[in-house]
Design a protein around this ligand. Structure first.
Ligand code: SAM
Ligand code: SF4
Length: 361
C-alpha cells in the first residue's frame, strides 16, 4: 500500500481486522529498521518543574489546579540528574516543565544548559520541552547548547484546539513557534494527543499530514488520558473508557506516522504504559524508535502528574533504567547506548540545504 494518500491513512486508522493490522504494523516496523537501523535511543526525561502559567483544560498541572504541590528542582539537582544520564550512557536528556516566561526561569535554563554542555564535553544531547517562548529565548537556549525542541500542537484542528484551551491560548502562536524553532536550527518535534473528546478520525488523519506539511524531525504523540480535577474531565467524565481500543488507536497512529514520514524519530511515550504494561514496547514494534526513561528525582515525581495513574512514580532512576533495559532487550531490540540518535530527517534536510547554498553561491 502506498502511504502518501489520505484515504489510505484513514483506512489504516479505521482498520479492525487483526491479521491485516498486524501486517501493517510489521511493515511500519520494517520501514523503521530500513531507514533508521535496529537501535532504540534513550532520552532521560527530567521533569524539572510543575509550575505553569497556562491553563490547558486537560492537564493535571494547569495553573488553576490547586491540588498538586508546586515544585522547581534546584539547578544542582537538574545538572546532577543530567550527569547521571551521561554516566549511565543515555545519549540525550529532555528538560521538560510547565510553561514559564519570566526572566529568572529563562536565565536559569540557559545556565543549566551551558553547565550540562560543559560538564559532558558537549556530548550529551539536550532536548527542551518548555512550551511557547519568544524568538530570542529559543535563540538564547539554542546558543547555550540545546539542539532539539518538542512542542506538541496537541491537535491540528484549530477549532478543536480552541475547545481544549482558554481563549488566551493561541493555536496560531503555537504553530508559529514550530516555524521559529526550525528557523533557528533546532531539530523540531511535535505531536498530538490521541483519543481526545470531540476528536474525529479525520482530525487524526489531518494531524499526520500536519506533521508532514510542517516537515518536522521528531514526533512525540500519545493517548489522551483523563486527569481528575480538570475541566475536560468534568465535561467528559467517562470518555474513552476502553483502554485496549485507545492503545490500538495510538499504535495505528505511530505506524501511520512511520509509513508516511519514514525517517523521523518517533517516541514511544510514557502514557502508552498507562494503557498496558507493555504499551511502550508494542509501540517500538509498530515503528517508534525513541524511549524516554524518567530520570526525575523520586521525591518530585508524584507532583508531575499530568494525568491519572501515571506510572513509575515510586521508582528511582536506577530502577527505571534496569526495568526499561530489560523490557527493550526482551523484545529483541538493541539500545543505542552513548549515542545521541539524532533525527535522520534533520540530517538529510541539513545536507540538502547545504548543497542548495553551495550551488546557488
Ligand atoms: N508545558 C509544556 C507544553 O505544554 O508544551 C511541556 C510540558 S506538557 C506537560 C507536555 C505534554 O503533556 C503536553 O504537550 C500534552 O500533550 C501532554 N499532556 C498534558 N495533559 C495530558 C493528558 N491529560 N493526557 C495526555 N497527555 C497530556
Ligand atoms: Fe502547562 Fe504544558 Fe500542562 Fe498546558 S500542557 S497546562 S502548558 S504543563
Amino acid at each position: 500500500m502506498e502511504f502518501s494518500e489520505r484515504d489510505n491513512v484513514k483506512y489504516l486508522l479505521e482498520l479492525r481486522d487483526r491479521e491485516e493490522l498486524r501486517k501493517i504494523f510489521d511493515r511500519a516496523y520494517q520501514v523503521r529498521i530500513q531507514y533508521l537501523g535496529p537501535k532504540v535511543y534513550l532520552r532521560g526525561l527530567i521533569e524539572l518543574s510543575n509550575i505553569c502559567i497556562k491553563n490547558c483544560y486537560y492537564c493535571g498541572i494547569r495553573r488553576s489546579n490547586t491540588l498538586p504541590s508546586r515544585y522547581l528542582m534546584r539547578e544542582d539537582e537538574i545538572i546532577e540528574s543530567a550527569l547521571w544520564a551521561f554516566q549511565n550512557k543515555y545519549g540525550s536528556i529532555v528538560l521538560q516543565s510547565g510553561e514559564r516566561r519570566d526572566s529568572l526561569f529563562i536565565e536559569s535554563i540557559g545556565t543549566i544548559i551551558e553547565k550540562i554542555k560543559e560538564q559532558t564535553d558537549g556530548k550529551l544531547g539536550i532536548t527542551l520541552s518548555l512550551g511557547e517562548q519568544k524568538y530570542k529565548v529559543y535563540e538564547k537556549w539554542f546558543a547555550a547548547g540545546a539542539h532539539r525542541y518538542l512542542l506538541r500542537i496537541e491537535t491540528s484542528n484549530k477549532s478543536l484546539y480552541e475547545k481544549l484551551h482558554p481563549a488566551n491560548h493561541s493555536f496560531e502562536k503555537r504553530k508559529n513557534c514550530l516555524t521559529t524553532l526550525k528557523k533557528i536550527g533546532y531539530q523540531v518535534g511535535t505531536g498530538v494527543m490521541i483519543g481526545l473528546p470531540m476528536q474525529t478520525v479525520d482530525d487524526l488523519v489531518d494531524d499526520l499530514f500536519f506533521f508532514k506539511e510542517m516537515d518536522v524531525d521528531m514526533i512525540g504523540m500519545g493517548p489522551f488520558l483523563t486527569s481528575n480535577n480538570t475541566p475536560l474531565n468534568q465535561q467528559f467524565p467517562v470518555h474513552f473508557a476502553d483502554k485496549e481500543e485507545l492503545l490500538k488507536l495510538s499504535l495505528k497512529m505511530i505506524a501511520a506516522a512511520r509509513l508516511l514520514l519514514k525517517d523521523v524519530n518517533i517516541a514511544s511515550t510514557t502514557a502508552l504504559q498507562v494503557l498496558k504494561y507493555d504499551g511502550r514496547e508494542q509501540a517500538l514494534k509498530c515503528g517508534a524508535n525513541i524511549i524516554m526513561p524518567n530520570i526525575t528525582l523520586r521525591k518530585y515525581r508524584p507532583y508531575y502528574r499530568l494525568y491519572d495513574n501515571k506510572p513509575c512514580i515510586e521508582e528511582n532512576s536506577e530502577l527505571c533504567k534496569m526495568c526499561l533495559a530489560n523490557r527493550i532487550i526482551s523484545i529483541g531490540e538493541k539500545i543505542g547506548y552513548d549515542e545521541r540518535g539524532d533525527s535522520l530527517h534533520f540530517q538529510k534536510t541539513k545536507y540538502r540545504n547545504t548543497i542548495k547554498i553551495f550551488y546557488n553561491s
